[in-house]
Design a binder for this molecule. Structure first.
Ligand code: HEM
Length: 437
């Protein structure tokens, strides 16, 4: 049996808070290993890094999610006892519900709704001196996501609801006031969405069969029961809130465009480059730092002993920057994706493994397509980027450019056809297309 390398700190919790995203990567580089153990809040925790580590982590013979997601994260970001915490048959049945709305036609409906929101917002921005992109995009995504989901949302309430969804996302990595704001935002949102679920079930709101609200409201558990109204609200929010979270990537995409202006003409004229650009945004910019699971039963891997119930963390940030896989990992370089083979374990910004049987993000295809649509809008706009603080902290989770990306004197360039034809499904080039329904 090989001993698992140990972090030298007696308890690593404070170092994790101080270092943030690169915490696991820093130690894997320091100890020249893909695995080490540490104490976190006094408990033994094993960290895994790299594609092989991810492949192990996603083997559900060895790992379960029950008891792996801290309550503070459930009470803000995810909701309590949602799909992320389920295992085995319960998980597969719930996950099938999520994946049932991830078809090409359904994603196209979402993109059409979002296109309308982009059009309206851009028309308004043309009359404004300044635009704070991060917040504006949250509003666009929230309106479009609710329209797609079948959740009525009046224009006057968009900012309030979008801010609540964003506040839940912003709360996941902290116990500070942000956490308490996240809990309050979740309470308000769940109350609202529970009322929507009731109305859908009583057919007071008529939603198309197959729409997200329909899929959730009328879902049956493996025991043949409907979800409780609270559970249904948690899961419907699990389809809307993460669409609002794409605002993080879109804001980073705007930053990448600003810092790499040579991308702009390529995005406008080079077929396939848009997809490479968006993939690199998801690889390069930090969002999910790591994921947790618990060991189901004692087992041995590569000579290392894993004991039942131990918490194991998979390094999401560092696996996307593993230099064995990614040449010049700390450079923003979209062309790297031309040669990427599409492994489910080496590029894991939204988790790895299988969509249907595992916990890989249900909304990864949506994220790619929605981000592509946004980048198309951005390259078809002219705007100034005034002096501002565009830096972001790697110890803040989640993180975003401090100034939230301010744009001045926005106007739409005269090539709207390029946006009108931007479609979801089948836009080509994406390694995931092979596996999309
Ligand atoms: C900013 C974009 C997004 C990021 C960074 C992201 C990230 C993630 C991550 C890291 C996971 C956990 C994977 C695991 O536990 O192994 C996850 C799960 C999930 N995501 Fe996303 N996600 C995003 C967008 C979306 C969208 C747009 C949707 C739906 C519309 C969505 C729905 C879900 C669901 C339902 C799960 C739970 C899957 C399961 O437990 O089986 N996500 N996401």
């Amino acid at each position: 049996m090989r001993p698992i390398p140990r972090d030298t700190a007696f308890d690593s919790s404070l170092d994790l808070l101080r270092e943030g995203f690169p915490f696991i990567l820093n130690r894997c580089r320091r100890y020249r290993t893909d695995i080490f153990q540490m104490r976190m809040l006094g408990l033994k925790t094993i960290c895994l890094h790299g594609a092989e580590g991810a492949q192990l982590f996603y083997n559900d013979e060895y790992f379960a999610r029950k008891g792996a997601i801290p309550k503070p994260v459930q009470k803000t970001l995810l909701g309590e006892n949602g799909v992320q915490t389920l295992d085995d048959q319960q998980h597969r049945c719930r996950k099938a519900m999520f994946m049932s709305v991830m078809t090409r036609p359904s994603i196209q409906v979402l993109l059409d709704r979002l296109h309308e929101q982009w059009r309206r917002s851009v028309a308004r921005w043309e009359g404004q001196q300044e635009v704070v992109l991060f917040e504006e995009v949250q509003d666009i995504l929230c309106s479009g996501a609710c329209a797609w989901a079948g959740v009525p949302l009046r224009q006057k309430n968009v900012r309030k609801r979008a801010a609540d969804f964003a506040t839940m996302v912003d709360a996941f990595g902290t116990m500070a006031p942000r956490h308490w704001r996240g809990r309050a935002a979740r309470r308000r949102s769940e109350k609202w969405i529970m009322r929507v679920i009731d109305k859908v079930r009583r057919v007071e709101i008529i939603v198309p069969e197959g729409s997200p609200a329909y899929a959730v409201a009328f879902h049956r558990t493996p025991e043949g029961k409907p979800l409780s109204r609270h559970m249904a609200a948690v899961e419907l929010i699990n389809l809307i809130r993460p669409i609002v979270a794409i605002a993080w990537y879109i804001t980073f995409a705007a930053l990448a465009l600003h810092e790499h202006p040579e991308s702009r003409p390529r995005l406008l004229h080079e077929p396939g480059y848009l997809e490479l650009f968006v993939q690199e945004v998801r690889r390069y910019y930090p969002f999910a730092p790591f994921l947790g699971a618990r060991v189901r039963h004692d087992f041995e891997w590569q000579g290392y002993q894993f004991s039942k119930n131990t918490l194991v963390l998979l390094d999401v940030f560092g696996t996307n920057r593993d230099e064995r896989q990614w040449q010049r990992p700390d450079d923003f370089w979209p062309d790297r994706f031309r040669n990427w083979q599409g492994s489910p374990f080496d590029f894991i910004p939204q988790g790895g493994g299988d969509f249907l049987t595992g916990h890989r993000c249900a909304g990864e295809w949506i994220t790619i397509e929605v981000a592509k649509q946004a980048v198309q809008w951005l390259v078809n706009l002219a705007y100034e980027v005034p002096e501002q603080d565009l830096s972001f902290s790697l110890s803040r989770m989640p993180t975003f450019p401090r100034s939230k990306f301010i744009m001045r004197n926005v106007w739409r360039l005269d090539a709207p056809w390029q946006i009108e034809t931007a479609g979801a499904a089948g836009a080509g080039g994406c390694p995931y297309h092979a596996t999309r329904p």
